[in-house]
Every structure is written in C-alpha cells, then in structure tokens.
Design a protein around this ligand. Sequence first.
Ligand SMILES: [Zn+2]
Length: 206
Amino acid sequence: MTIFERNLVRFLTSDPAICNIHFTFRNPGGDLSITPRHIKGVALAIQAGRIRVCAGATVQAGAAAQYSQRVNQIQTPHYGFPTNVEERGLLVHEIVHALIDLNCCRNTTRLSDESAAYMAQVMYLAQNGVKNFTRRLPQYQTAFTVLQATGIVTPTGIRPGQTLAWADYEPLRLAIQRRPIYQSVGWLQTTGANGVPSTSQHDCSL
Ligand SMILES: [Zn+2]
C-alpha cells in the first residue's frame, strides 16, 4: 500500500463521521445499502491491493476526483492524503462508487449510484460543520434537502439506518442529470459494475 492508501484505510475504518453513513436506497436494480460495514469492505479491498488509489491523476473535466470501474482505481489529482474536510468528502463520494463496483451492483442505475455518492459526501460534510450548500453545484443542495426531507439529517445530527424510496430521491437524480457531465446518462441506464478482481492490482503508473 502507498502512504495515501494507508491513510485512506485508516480514515474509512476509524473516522466517527464515516460510522454514521448508513442508508438504504431503492432503485430498479434492487435495494442497495451503504453502511459502515460495506465501507469497511472497500477499505479491506484497498488493503489487499484489489482497489488502488491513483494520486496525482488527471481527472475528467468537470470532476474533482473519479472512480474507474474499468481499472478499479480511485483517481484524485492530489498527491497527499487530504487534511481538509472538503477533499476528504470527495474521497467519501468516490468510495461509494468503489463500493457499488466491489458489490457487483451492475443493475443499479447510474443516477442512483451518483445520488448515493452525493448523499454520503453531504452526510460526511454535514457532520463536519458544513451546513450551507447553496453556493455549490445544485446537486449538493438537493442532496442536503433530500437528506433533511427523509429525516436522515436532522438539526441535532444524523439518523443512520433510513431507507429512501425511489421517489424520495428523484429530485436528486434530476439535479444530477441536468449537469453537463451527466447529461448523456439515461434515466434508467445501469452501472454495469462487474466487480473487482480478487487479485492485487498493479500500482498506479501515471
Ligand atoms: Zn460520482
């Protein structure tokens, strides 16, 4: 493991805000749960070299970081493991994409996958004092509104273990689909996530 990967594993398995990221969302591909246990599964896959972190990577225009299902890599433009909440939030987002791939959720819709990633990221940020999302891209504010409307984010904290119906997070799927980089993604298009090989992957070579 690289130092970045080592720090990421420690973050995923011990940060108190991560331990509260626990929700289930319904979508045509079946129910999917994002829980600390599933997140720990991603940490174990990183530890085993099955999912790698490519630090200092060039990411797609319009993205701040990305997860590649094809090469099972979290790709971030930063070299060092971030110390600030915003950049850690971006990693939480990508970890959800990795989780969906690791669990072979090929029938999950891509917009559900993206919605779950934004919800987890916003849950992480909200627990770290970020309460105002109005100055960000619209999907952040919409994710926050959905989390409040479903009683997951409350004025006194997070309520883990809630389930979101397909209709509950429709506004979020719509807000995501309106963004330029997701405009070509169909309403029911699926992730095709085909899992992560059980063998250790090569180091990231830029
Ligand atoms: Zn994403």
